[in-house]
Design a protein around this ligand. Structure first.
Ligand code: BG6
Length: 483
């Protein structure tokens, strides 16, 4: 077996210590890594192997879910190396090539991981190409690219072109860590490994779909980055649209990366582009009140920390079904959920008390934190004549599979990238289709006289204008996974 090397660019950053190396450690512990795996951290800081290993060790101790094992760590640590280099210095990549050849001692497979600031993605890829490091004659060469992938359609296209100048599409793995979450992966299993839900998964039975990514944390020390991103670039273009694609796409013929991604692209392309009228009437932006006080945020910043949008999908399955998407920071709780609301019975034969309306059946896919699936339906209240009350049937991962059954998303993603399975990574056309949808909103909201900016208090459910958005359709946000 050839050795495998994971080269992490920007290895002194938080991601390496908090996510990447702990995920690799857990994979080693589970016996899932190639037999000879080297990790090379590339960064500017004047560290040596010992210093880098020490830092990685504390990362693993802290973040590998209580599964630290000193013996195993020694084994892994012996194959961790530090390379001091500049991301913009071409000659450093030549030096890197020599160092890698020494470490590997022969042909090897390599995974390059771009854990750098986004402005380095293209230069690093170009330098890898120029140094002959993307050439696949001695083993596979794959590149993992972190988000954000571009800041709009034009820049995402340009980045795709820059990467394609040195790499084939099959060598590029664009990360959206939501796709690595077990519960997001389970959406396809839930829909296509069961027979009872798919027949009702369409406009005949579904009244609306609500997708929420709510966070209780505010922007914290990331205000500098966030100010240039906002919730549309940070969550909507990637995580939210990916969840929407999984919940609404057609069944692929096979569980293979291209089959899945073809369907996702078809779905994203079927979403009706937002017109200025849609943006005015079916989209809301807001900011938590204290956002402008954060360091690095302009006093008159128009960066939304919250948005809610209504989308429509123009295809046979979903024509006429509204999809409501919302996300925000500094809200009262952290929850990611998809609520599928079913239509009401066509005829009501029970006598409901005056003013009462039968609650819809809902199916909630609870992505986090209490991972599971809830089905809500009406039941007769015992000892009443005709009273109906909603009850919940619940599946919880922790109950069915035990605590600790849910690995961190990066474990799955790194393993898949090492094995060459791109199903959970975003293809170039998919990322562009997502930007194509978000661009009109970005443009509209970046105009000085754009849509109104609403404000909400931290720790609340967000702006009331987001409730008004649904009230106009005679709906409300459904609690879904929250009780
Ligand atoms: C990241 C965003 O992609 O996702 C962050 O940049 C956000 O702003 C995070 O907090 C949320 O991820 P998770 O896994 O905590 O839901």
């Amino acid at each position: 077996m050839k050795p495998t090397t994971v080269v992490i660019f920007g290895a002194s950053g938080d991601l390496t210590q908090r996510k990447l190396v702990p995920a690799l450690f857990n994979l080693l512990r589970k016996g899932r890594l190639p037999e000879e795996l080297h990790i090379v951290g590339f960064a500017r800081r004047p560290w040596d192997d010992a210093e880098f290993r020490g830092r990685m060790r504390s990362g693993v101790e802290e973040h590998s879910a209580g599964s630290f094992d000193a013996g195993l760590w020694e084994q892994m640590s012996a194959r961790i190396h530090y390379f001091q280099g500049h991301l913009e210095a071409r000659e450093d990549f030549k030096r890197l090539s020599t160092v890698l050849a020494e470490i590997e001692g022969g042909p090897a497979d390599r995974l390059y991981y771009l854990a750098t600031a986004p402005e380095y993605y293209a230069p690093v890829a170009a330098s890898l190409g120029a140094a002959g490091l993307t050439d696949e004659h001695a083993g596979v060469r794959r590149l993992v690219v972190e988000k954000p992938f571009g800041r709009d359609l034009t820049t995402a296209r340009a980045l795709n072109e820059q990467l394609h100048a040195v790499l084939e599409e099959h060598q590029i793995y664009r990360i959206d860590h939501y796709l690595g979450k077990e519960t997001a992966q389970n959406i396809l299993f839930f829909r296509f490994a069961n027979t009872i839900f798919e027949p009702v998964w369409n406009r005949n039975y579904v009244a609306s779909v609500q997708v929420t990514v709510a966070e209780d944390v505010d922007v914290g020390h990331r205000a500098g980055y966030y100010e240039t991103a906002g919730v549309l670039r940070d969550i909507f273009q990637n995580h939210l649209l990916q969840l929407l694609a999984l919940v609404a796409m057609e069944p692929p013929a096979s569980f293979n990366a291209d089959a899945i991604r073809n369907e996702k692209v078809k779905l994203l392309s079927a979403i009706r582009p937002l017109t200025s009228d849609d943006i005015a009437n079916h989209a809301v932006r807001a900011q938590y009140r204290r956002y402008r006080d954060a360091e690095g945020v302009a006093p008159n910043s128009l960066t939304p920390t919250y948005a809610a949008v209504r989308l429509s999908i123009d295809n046979w399955r979903w024509q006429g079904v509204p999809f409501y998407l919302r996300s925000g920071k500094a809200l009262h709780t952290k929850t990611t959920q998809i609520v599928v609301q079913f239509v009401r019975p066509p005829h009501m034969m029970f006598n409901l008390p005056p003013g009462h309306r039968l609650a819809s059946n809902t199916l909630s896919l609870c992505i986090q934190p209490d991972e599971g699936i809830h089905l809500k339906f009406g039941a007769k209240v015992p000892d009443s004549a005709q009273e109906i009350r909603p009850v919940n049937m619940e599946f919880h991962y922790r109950e069915s599979f035990g605590n600790g059954a849910l690995p961190d998303a990066y474990e799955r993603l790194l393993l898949d990238a090492l094995n060459g399975d791109a199903s959970l990574f975003t293809r170039s056309d998919e990322i562009e289709a997502a930007w194509r949808l978000i661009d009109p909103l970005l443009t509209a909201w970046e105009q000085p006289d754009g849509a109104p900016m609403f404000f909400y208090e931290s720790g609340t459910e967000g702006p009331t204008s987001a409730d008004a958005l649904l009230a106009r359709d005679d709906r409300r946000w459904l609690p879904g996974c929250e009780h």
